[in-house]
Design a protein around this ligand. Structure first.
Ligand code: ADP
Ligand code: ZN
Ligand code: ZN
Length: 722
């Protein structure tokens, strides 16, 4: 058998591909190569530079071109990716592709990674002083007034700056430079509290070896200051730090803080970045030039040749789990990388996941706690508002309205939290009981009054609002329940003199709209915000002193075993928005179940106590983290095809007493976008046993004749069962 180059290609097949070596070039594991595939060609990653072929040589094609003589992915990343593809039962090629910025998945040379700077010329300064330019051109001149600016910083502050630069540069008003990163003066660190100092010291003591820490501290307790102190220490040793945040919305605020404090270039990696920028940031990390990297989920694949520290902020956040294709969990992968690189990893949260708490209990993570809030006088006080048999005005109780009134009268801001977009979740005929359902999902359509539309939040089906009931033709159609849009309308009517702002996916569709809205609110003055969980996270609003949480009761009755944990996290995170600065905060939780044990424990004893009792329930029921799960999902236009596949899949499992099997059964959402959905849940107390069964099973599933008529996937450690 000939010696071949074994390559991972970005195709959803659980296999690597063999090619004959190219006529010329040097290649190594981790190099990109272009290879013939089907009728075209693809870019792949060399996994094994000299493997022995599993088929005869005359059936093999040769590598067309070697794109990187030196490996693009280093040994540590290659090993981590191989491990990850194996653990999450992924197609290896998809795992490798996930690790690369899009621009590097193309057969092109690497982009120039030198920093791009722009600065004013003397003529530019005169033009600025004379105020002779208008609009974006004038704004760009102003941005450059303090001194040279990096292109990515300009992009954040003025999205249209490139067009302005194309006008100003030929006129000789501004000029472009490339240079290695320059530094700005670092800001002075805050004197740390005793608790912060202890946390920093404990982590710093382990700074040259693998050790996971859970930094458990309420919002505002100063976790970010702890990260900053540790990043500073890593910088002083010339080592790199990776800071992961769950969503882009949180990045700009954190970025500003990192830049101001550290005085070095901070690279950002997230999916809203222009592809070229992303590739440049990734390559600067790979060369070791970038010392501080801030990013969302996929930034966990950033090369870190001089790693010193990994931080996963808001570690409990579900956004760290990728829900399609390569279904990895960025927090778990970050742990694997920290171990491989022998560096400490800090998982921060005000509401740690039950998984991480169980790891603390098992001695695998060390817990550090921040109890005090350095900048705030008081922790917010949480009160239940019992709304049973109260008169509700669009879902708002008299007590809640009174509290809003008092707060805005003092010139302070209020957040009304409702985790549901749109005007009303159901549109109902008062005469005959008909309600509008999605024809493709058989679930109620949400009324969006502003757009005069009914929308399905599961498949995005849209239709016009009918003028009359389609069933009886006579009845009046009544919106049932409240979404953020309806609450905005109700609050505007109740408080006509106070600005009411809605913050949800609809009002913040544009890239910078969210930041803009939030920035407006940092200014003082009374305001009422209505928002979804976009608002639950990290935004510092100093004048926000009242948080009113409505409509959480649904979370108390969900069939998902993680719903209670999520609800507890959400309530605590939202409550943490109140009273972040000098003013005391107040939180009202409106419910029809004031005696629910979860709410009682949460309010009387806090998240820690609620988590302990939730963990005890999980243990009793042998649910994760006390067992491990793999979910097989399948969907097709025909339900019989799904059923046939799942029955065959169950039959393909070995007879193993250590495995629990649930299903075949319909998915909790049995129909979505016109496709029938079913699933099979595999559980075991031993992860190793579960994986030992799953790997051969995965291969067997691909060969089942019934598999050809469905779409199917395996999800290891699924975080929701939908
Ligand atoms: P977290 O990340 O836990 O939400 P932060 O680090 O953002 O907390 O701190 C919350 C607020 O308290 C911020 O405004 C921060 O500047 C301030 N703060 C944090 N630590 C200190 C300190 N040691 N002294 C004074 N202010 C602090
Ligand atoms: Zn009707
Ligand atoms: Zn639908």
């Amino acid at each position: 058998m000939p010696t071949v180059v074994r390559v991972a290609l970005p195709v959803p097949l659980p296999t690597l591909f063999d090619y004959l070596p190219p006529a010329e070039g040097r290649w190594q594991a981790g190099s990109r190569v272009r290879v013939p595939f089907g009728r075209g060609s693809k870019v792949g990653i060399v996994v094994d530079p000299a493997a022995s072929a599993s088929v005869a040589g005359d059936r093999l094609k040769a590598v067309t071109e070697v794109l990187d003589p030196a490996p693009l992915l280093d040994t540590e990343l290659m090993q981590t990716l191989a491990w990850a593809a194996d653990y999450w039962l992924a197609a290896p090629g998809e795992a490798y592709a996930n690790a690369l910025p899009l621009a590097l998945r193309e057969p092109r040379p690497w982009p120039d990674t030198r920093d791009e700077y722009w600065q004013l010329t003397a003529a530019g300064r005169s033009a600025l002083d004379a105020g002779s330019r208008r609009g974006a051109s004038q704004q760009l001149l102003q941005l450059l007034a303090p001194g040279p600016q990096r292109a990515d910083v300009l992009g954040e502050q003025l999205p249209s700056w490139r067009a302005a630069a194309r006008r100003l540069a030929p006129a000789g008003l501004i000029e472009r430079h490339t240079a290695a990163a320059v530094t700005t003066p670092a800001g002075a660190p805050l004197p740390l509290s005793d608790e912060q100092q202890q946390a920093v010291a404990a982590i710093a003591a382990e700074r040259h070896r693998f050790q996971p820490f859970l930094l458990d501290g309420v919002t505002g307790s100063g976790k970010t200051e702890v990260y900053l102190a540790l990043i500073e220490q890593a910088l002083a040793e010339g080592r790199q730090s990776l800071l992961l945040v769950p969503e882009i919305g949180l990045a700009p605020q954190t970025l500003r803080r990192l830049r101001e404090r550290l005085g070095v270039a901070v690279e950002v990696l997230h999916s809203n970045l222009a592809e070229g920028e992303r590739a440049r940031a990734w390559l600067r990390a790979r060369s070791g030039e970038a010392k501080v990297i801030l990013g969302t989920r996929s930034a966990v694949f950033t090369p870190l040749p001089q790693a010193g520290l990994i931080v996963v902020d808001e570690e409990h956040d579900a956004a760290y789990k990728q829900q399609e294709g390569f279904r990895y969990h960025a927090r778990d992968l970050a742990l694997v990388r920290a171990r491989a690189m022998d560096v400490p990893i800090v998982l921060g949260s005000a509401t740690p996941s039950l998984e991480s708490l169980a790891n603390v209990a098992g001695g695998r993570y060390r817990a550090l706690t921040l109890r005090a809030r350095p900048a705030a006088v008081h922790a917010p006080q949480v009160q239940i508002v019992d709304v049973r048999s109260q008169h509700l005005d669009h879902g708002l109780s008299p007590a809640l309205q009174a509290a809003v009134r008092e707060t805005v009268a003092r010139g302070e801001q209020v957040l009304v939290f409702r985790n549901r977009r749109g005007y009303a979740p159901v549109l109902l005929c008062h005469a005959c009981g008909w309600h509008a359902d999605c024809p493709r999902c058989e679930r109620p359509l949400t009324l969006h009054a502003g757009q005069r539309q009914l929308r399905c939040h599961h498949c995005d089906y849209r239709s016009k609002v009918p003028a009359a009931c389609p069933a009886c033709g006579a009845g009046a159609l009544w919106p049932q329940g409240q979404g953020t849009e309806r609450l905005e309308e109700a609050l505007t009517a109740l408080f006509p003199d106070v600005p009411v702002l809605r913050i949800d996916r609809e009002t913040t569709r544009r890239r910078d709209a969210f930041e803009h809205l939030i920035d407006g609110l940092r200014a003082n003055g009374p305001a009422i915000l209505v928002g979804t969980q976009m608002l639950a996270k990290g935004h510092d609003l100093p004048n926000l002193t009242l948080v009113a949480i409505v409509g959480v009761d649904e979370g108390l009755h969900s069939i998902d075993f993680r719903a209670a944990e999520r609800l507890a996290q959400l309530v605590v995170q939202v409550a943490g928005r109140a009273g972040r600065a000098a003013k005391p905060g107040r939180v009202l939780l409106q419910t029809h179940h004031p005696d629910h044990p979860l709410l009682r424990t949460l309010l009387a004893k806090g998240y820690g106590a609620a988590a302990v009792s939730l963990l005890a329930e999980r243990e009793q029921a042998a649910l994760p983290p006390y067992s491990h799960q793999i979910l097989l999902r399948a969907d097709a236009h025909e339900r019989v095809a799904v059923d046939a596949f799942l029955v065959a899949a169950a039959a393909a499992l070995p007879d193993d007493h250590s495995l629990q099997l649930a299903g075949p059964m319909a998915a909790p959402m049995a129909l979505r976008a016109g496709r029938h959905r079913g699933q099979l849940l595999l559980e075991a107390t031993s992860r190793a046993q579960l994986h030992a069964v799953a790997r051969p099973w995965q291969r067997a599933l691909g060969k089942l004749p019934a598999a050809r008529r469905v779409r199917w996937s395996l999800d290891v450690d699924p975080i929701d069962l939908y």
